[in-house]
Design a protein around this ligand. Structure first.
Ligand code: ZN
Length: 511
C-alpha cells in the first residue's frame, strides 16, 4: 500500500553522511552558550560522560527538576511541623511565617484560626498547598520559559532539512514519560505536537483531523511551510518498558509486556497511515517512527524504518549500545558512527532524512543517559509511580518532568474513565493510604480566536468536575479528593487561568 509514496519527491540527500554542525551548535547556543565550544577535547573529557553529552544543559535541566519537584516535596514536612505546633500560642502567625519561608505562599487563614477548636484540617491544607505549588510552577513556565522550549528555530529548520514539516509525538500518558520531549529527546517543545495517551494508543480519527488541518494550513497559509515543499507529517509513538523490573514496571496498559506495547504502537501508526492514504489522493501519506523508552534509564530504542515506513518489531537500535559504541570517539567521529549505526539498523532502503533525524534523537538521548547516571545513579530510584497530582483534560503544555503528573487526557469522563480509574488507584496507594487527599487539576485549553471557546472550555471542565465528584463520591465526601479547574488560551503563551477549586476555607459547619 506504499506505492504512492514515490509520487512525492524527497530532497536528494548527499551520498556522504551530512554534516550537521550548524544545527548542533545553534541548538547548543540556545541552551545557554555554545556547548560544542565549551567542551574540552576528548583527551580531557571526563571519562564518565559521553563526548556528545551536554553537561551544561544537564545541569540546567537538573536545577529545574529539583526546583519544581522540591517545591512539591516540601509540602508534607511543612504540614507535619504545623501538625506538631497547632495548639501552641500564636499558631496562625507562626504557621504563615513557616509557609512563606518554606513554601513561598500563604495558607488559608480561617483553617489556621480554627485549629484550636479541634484538629487542623490537614486534608484541605495539603490540597491547597499542591494547587498553589502547581499554579506557581505553571505560571513560571509561561512567564520565564525555563526550559527554553520556545526557542526552536534551529530545530525546526533541522526538521525541514530532514524532510518533515510537523513532528507529532504520542508518548504513553504514564507520568514516567512526561519528560520525554524536553529531557529524554531534548526537543524544544514549541517544535512538537505532544498528545499523550494511555498505552501510547493515540486516537486515529483525531490524528487524521490534525493531519488535515496541518495540510490545509500549508495550502492556505504556507504554514509551517508551503504545500509545494516535498515534506511529510511525521507521527511518532513512544511506548515504554522497564529494564530493572520488566514484568511489573512496564506499561500498565499493556500488562508490562513491551513486545505487546511495541506491537500496539506500530499497528496504530500503520492504521493512521492507511487512513491518510485511503482517504486522500495525490500521494498523500505520512512518515512513521516507533520508539521505546526504558523508564529506569531514559535510554531510547529506535525501530529504524526503511523508506517505505517498514520497521522491525523484534530489532531495534538501543541508545545504550550507541553510547558504548561511540563513547571513546571524539565528537565528530562519534556523530559519524551514530549515523552509520542507524543506517545499519535500517531493514531496507533508507530515507536519508529519517536517518539523520534518528541520529540526532540518539545523540540527544546520550545526554539524558548521562543525566540519569550523574543525578540519579544510573537508574531512577522511583521505578514505579510517584506522581504529585493527577492532570485531567486537554493541555498541560507546562508539564515536562518525570513522575510529576499522572495524565488522563479526555474531553469527557466517559471517554477517559479507564485512565482515571487507574490514576485514582495509583493515588489511593500514594496519598489516601497516608490520609492525604488526591489532588486533581482539571484543565481545558481553548483557542480565543474561536468565538465562545473559553466558555465552552469552562463548561467542559465543570462537567468533568461534576462527573469526578459523582464517580468518586466516597473519596470526595471524605475530603480525600480535591479538584481545581483551570483553562488556558493556547493562541498565545500565557499562563492558565484558575476558574474554581473544591477547597472551602470557611469554618467547619459554616458552609
Ligand atoms: Zn504506559
Amino acid at each position: 500500500m506504499r506505492a504512492r509514496r514515490g509520487n512525492v519527491q524527497r530532497p536528494m540527500a548527499p551520498t556522504a553522511p551530512r554534516r550537521r554542525p550548524a544545527v548542533m551548535s545553534s541548538l547548543a547556543d540556545r541552551a545557554g552558550g555554545n556547548a560544542a565550544a565549551r567542551r574540552p577535547s576528548s583527551a580531557v573529557w571526563p571519562r564518565d560522560q559521553h563526548p556528545l553529552s551536554d553537561p551544561t544543559r544537564n545541569a540546567e535541566l537538573q536545577r529545574y527538576e529539583q526546583e519544581v519537584k522540591g517545591a512539591f516535596d516540601r509540602i508534607v514536612p511543612v504540614l507535619q511541623q504545623l501538625s506538631f505546633q497547632q495548639h501552641e500560642p500564636r499558631f496562625p502567625e507562626v504557621a504563615q511565617a513557616l509557609a512563606h519561608a518554606e513554601l513561598g505562599f500563604a495558607l488559608p487563614q480561617p483553617i489556621l484560626e480554627n485549629a484550636w477548636v479541634g484538629q487542623l484540617d490537614m486534608r484541605t491544607l495539603y490540597a491547597w498547598c499542591v494547587f498553589e505549588t502547581y499554579q506557581r510552577i505553571s505560571d513560571q513556565f509561561f512567564s520565564d520559559d525555563p526550559l527554553a522550549g520556545n526557542q526552536g528555530e534551529a530545530f525546526e529548520q533541522f526538521l525541514f532539512d530532514c524532510g518533515f514539516h510537523l513532528l507529532d509525538i504520542t508518548p504513553c500518558a504514564d507520568g514516567r514519560l512526561a519528560h520525554t520531549i524536553a529531557y529524554t529527546l531534548r526537543i524544544p517543545f514549541s517544535c512538537v505536537r505532544r498528545r499523550p495517551h494511555a498505552g501510547a494508543l493515540f486516537d486515529i480519527e483525531d490524528t487524521v483531523d490534525r493531519w488535515v488541518r496541518t495540510e490545509h494550513s500549508r495550502f492556505r497559509e504556507a504554514k509551517p511551510n508551503s504545500a509545494h515543499e516535498p515534506t511529510r507529517y511525521l507521527k511518532c509513538v513512544v511506548y515504554h518498558f522497564s529494564s530493572v523490573d520488566p514484568s511489573h514496571e512496564g506499561c500498565a496498559a499493556h500488562g508490562s509486556d513491551d513486545a505487546a506495547a511495541a506491537s500496539a504502537g506500530m499497528s496504530r501508526l500503520d492504521y493512521f497511515r492507511q487512513a491518510v492514504e485511503n482517504g486522500f489522493c495525490c500521494g498523500a501519506s505520512v512518515d512513521l517512527l516507533l520508539l521505546g523508552l526504558d523508564t529506569d534509564t531514559d535510554a531510547i530504542r529506535v525501530h529504524v524504518p526503511d523508506r517505505d515506513g517498514h520497521a522491525s518489531l523484534e530489532h531495534w537500535l538501543d541508545a545504550r549500545d550507541v553510547y558504548e559504541a561511540t563513547a571513546s570517539f571524539p565528537p565528530d567521529q562519534a556523530r559519524q558512527r551514530i549515523l552509520e549505526l542507524v543506517q545499519e539498523h535500517c531493514p531496507g532502503e533508507a530515507d536519508e532524512g529519517m536517518l539523520r533525524f534518528i541520529a540526532l534523537l540518539l545523540e540527544n538521548n546520550l545526554s539524558q543517559i548521562d543525566y540519569v547516571r550523574q543525578f540519579h545513579g544510573g537508574t531512577y530510584s522511583d521505578a514505579g509511580h510517584a506522581e504529585r497530582f493527577i492532570g485531567v483534560g486537554i493541555g498541560f503544555k507546562e508539564i515536562h518532568l518525570r513522575n510529576l503528573t499522572y495524565f488522563a487526557h479526555m474531553d469527557t469522563v466517559e471517554e477517559g474513565s479507564a485512565d482515571l480509574d487507574v490514576g485514582i488507584k495509583i493515588f489511593t496507594g500514594l496519598n489516601v493510604s497516608r490520609g492525604l487527599p488526591i489532588p486533581v487539576v482539571v484543565r481545558f485549553d481553548y483557542r480565543s480566536s474561536v468565538p465562545g471557546a473559553r466558555e465552552r472550555a469552562i463548561g467542559n471542565g465543570e462537567r468533568v468536575i461534576q462527573a469526578l465528584q459523582n464517580r468518586y463520591s466516597d473519596l470526595y465526601q471524605q475530603g480525600l479528593l480535591h479538584l481545581l479547574l483551570s483553562v488556558r488560551d493556547r493562541n498565545g503563551f500565557d499562563p492558565s487561568e484558575t476558574i474554581s477549586t473544591t477547597i472551602t476555607t470557611v469554618a467547619p459547619g459554616g458552609h
